[in-house]
Design a protein around this ligand. Sequence first.
Ligand SMILES: *[C@@H]1O[C@H](CO)[C@@H](O)[C@H](O)[C@H]1NC(C)=O
Length: 799
Amino acid sequence: MRRQVAALLFLFISLCPPSSVGGQVSYTVPEEMRKGSLVGNIAQDLGFDVKRLQSGKARIFTGDSAEYIELDKERGFLLIREKIDREALCGQTTPCALLCQITLESPLELFPITVEITDINDHAPVFQKEERRLEISESAVVGSKFMLEKAVDPDIGLNGLQSYSLKPGDNFQLKLHGQADGSKKVEMVLQKALDRERQEHISLVLTAVDGGEPQMSGTMQIHVTVLDANDNAPVFSRPVYKASITENSAKGTVVTRVSAADADKGSNGEITYVIGNSMDSVARQFHITENGELILNGPVDFERARSYQIDVEAIDRGGLSDSSKIVVDIGDVNDNSPIISTISKQNSIPEDSPTNTVIAMMSVNDPDSENNGQVQCAISKNVPFTMKPSSNGFYSLVTDSDLDRERASEYNISITCCDEGVPSLSSSVTLTLHISDVNDNAPVFERSSYEAYIVENNTPGLSIFTVKATDADWNQNARVSYILEDSSVNGVPVSSYVSVSADSGVIHAVRSFDYEHIKDFHFCVKAQDGGSPPLSSNVTVNIMIQDQNDNAPQVLYPFQTSSSLVAEMVPRSADVGYLVTKVVAVDVDSGQNAWLSYKLQKATDRALFEVGLQNGEIRTIRQVTDKDAVKQRLTVVVEDNGQPSRSATVNVNVAVADSFPEVLSEFTDFTHDKEYNDNLTFYLVLALAVVSFLFITCLVVIISVKIYRWRQSRILYHSSLPVIPYYPPRYSDTLGTGTLQHLYNYEVCRTTDSRKSDCKFGRAGSQNVLIMDPSCTGTMQRIQNEKNILDEPDSPVEF
Ligand SMILES: *[C@@H]1O[C@H](CO)[C@@H](O)[C@H](O)[C@H]1NC(C)=O
């Protein structure tokens, strides 16, 4: 029956219809009912009268649980005492029921009551955090999953969390996985690749919804930051960069600047520049800075490289790169002097080298370009050389006129080459060239001819004098040797008179000369150098032999015997000055040495005679008287004028008588006095014979000489006649310096008849002068001269 009541109550109370099964009453109420809201009419449901409730001091007992329900004893209703939150009371447990008991006293009765709390949609799904930040690399692959937070909704059933949604859905999609506890795992799956460079930040909204009525939802912001990946390489702004600098630019010069861009961010976009030609010299010449400036590292030389091709690379941190090229053109600067290099050269050339003899080959070049490399060469002035250009940059240095070592034995040839740059650079070299000797100069004697004097009676081997010749050549070519040229003097080879020292040119007398034998001679000396072939020249040497007073005068008349009976007759009638006789003496010396003077040394009667100092004439100086002795004896001294002088004495017998017998008688006594026993006649005959003989001898000699001369002039060089070692005195001196000598000498020959002794031969000497001729033909001319004299009919010289 109670179940029926409860069923009825449930029907009446629409919202929470009570149930009473076997005396147990159940009510169902939604949560969150206001305080005082009716849960159920318990009195009625239990079948009580309200009074019983009062009398029975009905109470509700809830145990230790909070008192959400109170009992209204007046009306017998159960009311909500406190708002019930199902989620707080039961959580997710269902069904959720409050178990309590109504207790009644008198009699004690217990009635259990169950109040079931139903859910209402009073909670929205809630995310624990309102936003979530995610960082995802742009390189994440499609299909990558990202776990998301779940939302929580304490409601249960339809009021609980039903589904999620994610917006916008370009890149990501939601994926839900059912789990064992009924909740769901929420994942976000990448379905389209990210690109930071296009969109760096993505905002998503995750929405969770429940199924209540009205529906409730919760959202969460998802901020995705796309992380950069190095997916972009650097890109150069140009494929080729061009730059130009002049050579010798300073180190550190900025040549150009390159730049590359990288779309990536951060380190992936950080670019470093690198020179790619790491192996070649470019890397040494240039370096590149972080910001792309190409800096000159070391000197660049146009002559070594006219342009550089530099591979440049831009690399980001991620290792992606781009490459480009820098072409650097180098401009020329006139920084090189011309370079003169001698390829071959001669240190010396002979002086007889013909013109155009090559002395040196040289190459001249200038590594600079254009005008800076155009070279002009010049050679020092006043040298007999010239530079001849041959093919490109080669020159030959050649002689352009004749050389003469004797004029210049050495040349310093300086060659200067200038380029045409501004300013011009130049360089020069100096070559020293020696001119070697060629035997092109003959020795030259210091004089055109030599004359030397030597005093006769020299010691053999005496050095007379020295000839000297010099040779302008050098060394062996100038080494002069002296050679005596073969010739003959009076038919004797000249070498038996003199010798010439080959080295020194000293001329030695080979023999002792006798002036009385030879007065002069000449010969030729040849000076010859040591060249090959040798050159030579000749000089004539005239040797004059000088007289020495080495001969005493010789008395020719009166003829002297040890016991002369010859006497000069003086008639008693002779006047004062009567010429008694003449002492005739000769001196084979010449000049002063042959200048004779006569003196009376002893006389029987000094007062009667005198002797002419110069002419040797003995004359009376007073009238002869009868008292004078018949027999007079004079001693005459003949003295020459040499130093010291030499002399001879002669005894002259004079008979002062008018008749021969008178004389004879006197002289017989005289003979007896002298103890000679030969008879007088014999002496007289002998004296006559001697005088005659002397005369004939003299005559024969003169004729012989004349014939000889005549013949010699006819067969001058063919004659083999022996030389008659006698010359008439007129030939004794040919120099014309001592004409005095001639006169005296001639006189000697003429005075056979002293009474006619006034012949004068003064002219002879002056005509007979030997003409000096250095060309060694003196002998011939002299002979010629003599011949003329001999042939001349009017000549005063007659033999
Ligand atoms: C050449 O030069 C050398 C060295 O400088 C010098 O001794 C010599 O006298 C010069 N010769 C001439 C001919 O100038």
